[in-house]
Design a binder for this molecule. Structure first.
Ligand code: G3P
Length: 227
């Protein structure tokens, strides 16, 4: 399963990418707006952190398919061809997906709230489909269950050799863990939730105890490199 950061805060991305096994970074127009900076300036910095092999997800904002195609060309020109264009799963979006598929430009179907959007995007050749887990929860449905249904629909339709989930919009570790267990293709998670996956008083207490015991044996500040 691929593990991506869902943010555009360069300092947070640098820290999380340095510490965790990260495959890519996803952004959307709202995430970019939070930086208050020029989009391509921020995205180029993110590209330099994740390297040319890292998957970078950048959303097109045009509402018409021709506009999405124009944006896709510019995004790939600026950020390289390991950049995936995020396209909302609307009728115009599906048309743009079919065209980009012919050109061999990588893309994902985003703003996914229903299994129908998901399997149509997969049929259009989307490499990923991004259900918004927490936003679905907030609508009074079960976001994890909807994401699992989309996963099943893609697998059941035989598109699974290429398409899969990039599950997004998480608000807690449990949502991430449940989809990880289910075997989805990828998750994209905000930095605070990533840190929260392993934030636990028991872990800190165990590590503190090891340090205390070892220092009792060898002296303060000593490690296995010093004795
Ligand atoms: O990148 C899209 C998705 O992750 C949105 O997340 O937190 O705005 O619901 P959120």
């Amino acid at each position: 399963m691929k593990f991506c950061i869902d943010d555009a805060n360069v300092e947070k991305i640098r820290r999380i990418h340095d510490l965790f096994p990260i495959d890519g970074v996803s952004t959307n127009p709202s995430i970019l707006a939070k930086t208050g900076r020029s989009p391509y300036e921020v995205l180029r910095e993110i590209r330099s952190i994740i390297g040319s092999d890292g998957e970078l997800f950048v959303q097109a904002v045009s509402r018409d398919w021709e506009g999405v195609i124009r944006e896709a060309h510019r995004i790939c020109e600026e950020l390289g061809d390991t950049t995936l264009i995020k396209i909302p799963c609307t009728p115009e979006g599906f048309k743009a997906m079919k065209e980009l598929r012919k050109e061999g430009i990588r893309f994902i179907g985003t703003a996914v709230y229903t299994p129908m959007q998901g399997w149509i995007a997969a049929k259009c050749g989307a490499e990923y489909v991004a259900p918004y887990v927490n936003r679905i929860d907030n609508m009074g449905f079960d976001g994890v269950r909807v994401a699992k249904e989309i996963h099943d629909a893609i697998v059941g339709s035989g598109y699974d050799s290429y398409s899969g989930l990039l599950a997004a919009s998480f608000k807690n570790s449990q949502q991430v863990l449940e989809l990880t267990r289910y075997g989805v293709k990828a998750v994209t998670v905000a930095p605070d939730i990533i840190e929260g996956l392993v934030k636990n008083a028991a872990i800190d207490a165990a590590v503190d105890q090891f340090t205390h015991d070892f220092e009792g044996l060898t002296g303060k500040g000593k490690t296995m490199a010093d004795c």
